[in-house]
Structure formats: structure tokens, C-alpha cells
Design a protein around this ligand. Structure first.
Ligand code: PLP
Length: 429
């Protein structure tokens, strides 16, 4: 099947899947197995040498997970994808083949709080470091790049403010300096934005959010565009030089546009072990089948609720990029023409105290540290997801102490507005 000829709604249901060859099962079975029987000793040897592609052991590959990988790769217009155990695992899996002790990554100041912590503190244990820059300042990105920089990293629609990154402009800087651009597309999903079409090299996702869609799974995925020349600069020896663990095989020569994907499985999953389990892959496949329908409703509800909040006297400001008042409104047409997502913050008059009261008074909105659920969710980022950051970094990330972050669900928008109305009344009384 030539997936390229099908539309998004078709691909989200069919890409990567076919009836089970043994039983005819129409839905993708959950292959709940750790290992796979080899045909004979030669078959086993060929698989272990990467001379033949197949299933050995579920830390590396599993048929249910493989369908998910193919499906997400198709939706993102990538050459291949590797699923893993969480969004944070996906970020490490994306950086791992590129980095080495002493190397750095240039990252956006506007990121999910957990990513800021991962990039500020934890990656130092590997001898890696991150340099934070405002991705709207293209000169600053270029100035931050040095001989040891190995990648540029940003979010398409940035958590928590819902700010839109001009991916094409950042990709042009990455091209100019010869580095891969990694885009975290979690909050947009491939339905709203496809970073590879704007020049991104790699796309990472937390499957935990909209792709599964109902808060039942923790998972992640790395998608490779297949377009980056890993051998050109000599900066990516893991991909372009002989690999001792596979008898001197060179990933970029042997696998071409699938080099990054094969490395992710054969080295990344094999040795880091951040594997997605087949049950989680199954839930995520079920979620993806309705991705476009859910995202349309998420966006429609978010637009209605943000518009209502913006005109309300008890609210200071709303950051939703789908509002004409947003400085990012002009980027929707090029970056995410189907809408600016459903994640944004708003400032309650009365500051921190009023935010806390609002959250306590809401009945339909759940107070949780998650986003991209069918249910509407709310959190106060400065005291939770972005708590580890100093106040100036919180503000740079869009997690100002006086704002709450909402992830608008797919319930009736009028019910959500009524809930916000009653809670705002109590919070600002
Ligand atoms: C949640 C999230 C992550 C981390 O994903 P987990 O699945 O929780 O590890 C990364 N980036 C963004 C934008 C997120 O929202």
C-alpha cells in the first residue's frame, strides 16, 4: 500500500496495519510475547547481525509496537519511527545517537517544565549540556551554536502557554549551521502540525497525551525524517562510522534514510531499554484512529473558551495563540492551519491565591499533571510542572506565578464555560 496517496483520516486508521496473517484478525493483535522462535540457526545469526529484519526479543521489537511505529511515521511524513516508554525517554532516545560527553544542544526557553529540568540537570550526568535561547530570536540561536553543538530542540506549540514556534525559520538556521532540528510535537499532534514538512529532522512525542488521547498510557516516540546527511560533517560518528557491536557495520551506509531508526532500535532500545510495551501500543493505536476527530473538537472548544475568558473582567489575559490578540496568531496559517491546539494559560485577577481557589472550586475540570485528555484538565504550573525553575525561568517558559494552564477537553464547551464561570466567581469574590 502506498501510504503517500492516502489522506490523514485514512492513514490514522490503516497505516502500518493489515489483517493478521495467521488468524485474519482485523484489528492489530496485542502480541504479548517476550521472544520469537527462530526458523533455524542461520536465521538467528542473520537477525543478530542486522542482515535480516525481524523479531528477536521485545526489548528491541514487537509486532504491535511496530504497527504503531509505522503509523506515527506515516502521519508525521517520516521515514521511520521508534516507540519508547515515555515522552521523556523519546527525548533521550533522540539525543543519544547525536551526543557525547562535552557536547551540547541548543534548546528553547519555552518548553514543558519536565524537559527544562531534564535538559538543565539530568543530562549533565552524561556529560551533555543545554543552552537555552528564545527561539523567536534567530540570531541568538545561531550565536549559541558552537563546535560542540549537536542539535537544536524546540516544541511546535509550546507547553504551557500554547506559543507557536516558527519551525521553518528555526530549521533554516539549523540547515545553515549543519545541525539536526528536533521538534517536540506533543501538544500539536501531526493532525495540526507536521514539523518535517517545515524542515525538522526529528520529531518526538509524548504518546501519553493526545495520541492516546484519554490519559491511559505513558509512552513516547521518535520519528526520523530520513533527510539528514549524518556523514557530511563528521560530527555524528555513532551513525556514520563503523559500529563495533555489529562487526563494523556503518548505520548511515547500510540503512540510508532509516539509519537513525535502526540505530534507535539496535543500539538505543537494546542498551538503554526504554521500551514501550505492546499493551500500551494497542491503547495508543486505538486512540490514534480518532485523532483528527478529537483534535477538531479540542480546537473548537479551546477557541470558544479562550474567547469567553478573554472578554471576562475577572481574567487579566489569555495566552491562546488562536486569539487575534496573541502575538503568535499570525503563525497559525503557516505552522498549524487547522488550529492552535487546546492548551493555553490564563491569568486570574487576584494572582496566585485566586488561581489556587479557582482550581479548588472547579467541578468538571480535573486538577492533574497531564494534558491532551478527552477530559478538561487544569493545573497551576508555577507550583507544579515548572516548580523546579527559578521565577525568571518560569516567566521565560510561560509559567508565570499568576497563571493557570488548561488543557481543554472534548466535553460540551458550554458546560466547561459554566464551570469556569462559577469557579471564577468564587475565586475572585
Ligand atoms: C508530557 C510531555 C513530555 C513528557 O512526556 P512523558 O510521556 O510524560 O514522559 C514532553 N514534552 C511535552 C510537550 C509534554 O507535554
Amino acid at each position: 500500500m502506498s501510504d503517500a496517496t492516502y489522506g490523514f483520516d485514512t492513514l490514522q486508521i490503516h497505516a502500518g496495519a493489515k489483517p493478521d496473517p495467521t488468524t485474519g484478525a482485523r484489528n492489530t493483535p496485542i502480541y504479548q510475547t517476550t521472544a520469537y522462535v527462530f526458523r533455524d540457526a542461520d536465521h538467528a545469526a542473520a537477525l543478530f547481525n542486522l542482515q535480516e529484519v525481524g523479531f528477536i526479543y521485545s526489548r528491541l521489537t514487537n509486532p504491535t509496537v511496530a504497527v504503531l511505529q509505522d503509523r506515527v511515521a506515516a502521519l508525521e511524513c517520516g521515514a521511520g519511527a521508534v516507540a519508547c516508554s515515555s515522552g521523556h525517554a523519546a527525548q533521550i532516545m533522540a539525543l543519544f545517537p547525536l551526543m557525547a560527553p562535552g557536547k551540547n544542544v541548543v534548546v528553547s526557553t519555552r518548553l514543558y517544565g519536565g524537559t527544562v529540568t531534564q535538559m538543565t540537570q539530568t543530562i549533565q550526568r552524561f556529560g551533555w549540556s543545554a543552552k537555552f535561547v528564545d527561539m523567536d530570536d534567530l540570531d541568538a540561536i545561531e550565536a549559541a551554536v558552537d563546535d560542540d553543538t549537536r542539535a537544536i530542540f524546540c516544541e511546535s506549540i509550546a507547553n504551557p502557554g500554547g506559543y507557536i514556534t516558527d519551525i521553518r525559520a528555526v530549521a533554516d538556521v539549523a540547515d545553515k549551521v549543519g545541525l539536526p532540528l528536533i521538534v517536540d510535537n506533543t501538544t500539536a499532534t501531526p493532525y495540526l502540525c507536521r514539523p518535517i514538512e517545515h524542515g525538522a529532522t526529528l520529531v518526538v512525542h509524548s504518546l501519553t497525551k493526545y495520541l492516546t488521547g484519554n490519559g491511559t498510557v505513558t509512552g513516547g516516540v521518535v520519528v526520523d525524517s530520513g533527510k539528514f546527511d549524518w556523514a557530511a560533517s563528521g560530527k555524528f560518528p555513532s551513525l556514520s562510522e563503523p559500529e563495533p557491536a555489529y562487526h563494523g557495520l556503518t548505520f548511515s551506509e547500510t540503512f540510508g534514510p532509516l539509519a537513525f531508526t535502526f540505530h534507535g532500535i539496535a543500539i538505543g532500545l537494546r542498551d538503554l531499554g526504554m521500551t514501550l510495551n505492546p499493551q500500551a501500543a494497542h491503547y495508543t493505536l486505538m486512540g490514534i484512529e480518532t485523532l483528527s476527530l478529537r483534535m477538531e473538537r479540542h480546537v473548537q472548544n479551546a477557541r470558544k473558551i479562550a474567547t469567553w475568558l478573554e472578554q471576562d473582567a475577572r481574567v487579566d489575559y489569555v495566552t491562546y495563540a488562536g486569539l487575534e490578540s496573541s502575538k503568535y496568531f499570525g503563525r497559525i496559517a503557516t505552522v498549524c492551519p487547522r488550529g492552535a491546539g487546546a492548551l493555553f494559560t490564563f491569568a486570574v485577577k487576584g494572582g496566585y491565591e485566586a488561581c489556587v481557589k479557582l482550581i479548588e472550586e472547579l467541578k468538571l475540570f480535573s486538577h492533574v499533571a497531564n494534558l491532551g485528555d478527552t477530559r478538561s484538565l487544569i493545573i497551576h504550573p508555577a507550583s507544579t510542572t515548572h516548580r523546579q525553575l527559578e521565577e525568571n525561568k518560569q516567566r521565560a517558559a510561560g509559567a508565570d506565578p499568576e497563571v493557570v494552564r488548561v488543557s481543554i477537553g472534548i466535553e460540551d464547551a458550554d458546560d466547561l464555560i459554566a464551570d469556569l464561570d462559577q469557579a471564577l466567581a468564587k475565586a475572585t469574590a
